[in-house]
Design a protein around this ligand. Structure first.
Ligand code: FE2
Length: 329
């Protein structure tokens, strides 16, 4: 079975093609919206970017995978959570393709797709999940004890305010970096040597980052930029590590899967790895192209959801900006 998956929740319009008989991702092209220096994303502007690039990315995916519409068996799309206007572009494109080519349509939860892409590469069976991205930061577990990881899911802990990726992006803007992005903060953090104590907020298995952002932003004139980035990142990752450790011990799992855009950060993976080792658990993530937002993860998860009987008719297409992972059935 061959599935075409469309991702459009935020800055990325991606199209992936997954083939189940080969268990292979055949294509994964994407177009990425870059906000102008010092600015965040304006949803309607990002949606215009997706409209402009969408058809070309779909064509690229079809070409790269040597597919024609007869060889595609179903269309899946990111149904949420995300920016409303951006979700609408992907949902409309998927709906139109499914209707025109008479294919089943499969809504996919964006976070569920991040988890499945990482699980696909690590081969983890039933992990505790730390999902870390710009807009989402959660500790998630499957609720079916000792069975394969599948819905329904439970959120054991999560951010009480902003996502950890948004923390880094917002701090990059405070630093007035030319291309304000969390990955630049990560590069600067690697050059930092001196830890500056910063506000640390963990409440049970939940955590918060906005106090940390406010504090670090206020002291920018007084400290070295690299030390500030290092201290901000170290504090945020220590919070995630403490909460994940508590969830690991509570859940009794023996695998810790990290996924989402921030899982590309090697300092975070090292910290989680050391914590998991301490408790005899494995830890891992997938390669960058699947941790960054992409269509292949939507295609893969679309396949899993199709097999679970979750396909809908094109006229029933929907999306939900606040679609939570516990709502996935
Ligand atoms: Fe994402």
């Amino acid at each position: 079975m061959r599935i075409l998956g469309i991702e459009s929740t935020a800055h990325t319009f991606g199209v992936g093609i997954y083939d189940s008989s080969a268990d292979a991702m055949l294509a994964n092209p994407k177009a990425f919206y870059k906000a102008p220096a010092g600015q965040g994303m304006i949803p309607v502007v990002v949606a215009e970017h997706h409209k402009e690039h969408g058809a070309k990315i779909i064509e690229q995916a079809m070409e790269q995978s040597a597919s024609d519409w007869d060889s595609i068996d179903a269309i899946s799309y990111s149904a949420g959570p995300g920016l409303g206007p951006c979700l609408a572009v992907g949902a409309k494109a998927a709906c139109a393709l499914a209707a025109k080519n008479k294919k089943p349509l499969i809504p996919v939860h964006h976070g569920h797709a991040h988890i499945e892409a990482a699980r696909w590469q690590t081969k983890f069976k039933d992990p505790l999940v730390l999902y870390v991205s710009g807009g989402n930061t959660q500790i998630i577990t499957g609720t079916r004890k000792r069975s394969l990881f599948c819905p329904p899911f439970a959120v054991l802990g999560e951010t009480l305010d902003i996502g950890v990726g948004n923390l880094f992006d917002a701090f990059a803007r405070e630093l007035k970096l030319e291309f304000a992005h969390g990955s630049i903060v990560a590069q600067k953090a690697m050059q930092g040597r001196n830890y500056i104590p910063m506000p640390y907020t963990v409440k049970g298995m939940n955590f918060a980052f906005s106090g940390l952002l406010t504090f670090a932003s206020k002291i920018i004139p007084d400290y070295d930029e690299n030390d500030l980035c290092y201290s901000l990142m170290e504090t945020a990752f220590a919070e995630l590590c403490e909460a994940t450790e508590r969830a690991l011990l509570l859940s009794g799992k023996n695998e810790v899967l990290v996924c989402g855009g921030v899982a590309q950060n090697t300092a975070l993976m090292k910290k989680i790895g050391q914590m998991a080792d301490l408790h005899g658990a494995q830890s891992g993530t997938c390669e960058g192209q699947y941790n960054a937002d992409n269509g292949a993860m939507i295609a893969l998860t679309g396949y899993y959801q199709f097999k679970r009987g979750k396909a809908i008719k094109p006229q029933s297409v929907w999306s939900d900006q606040k679609y939570r992972v516990e709502m996935v059935v």
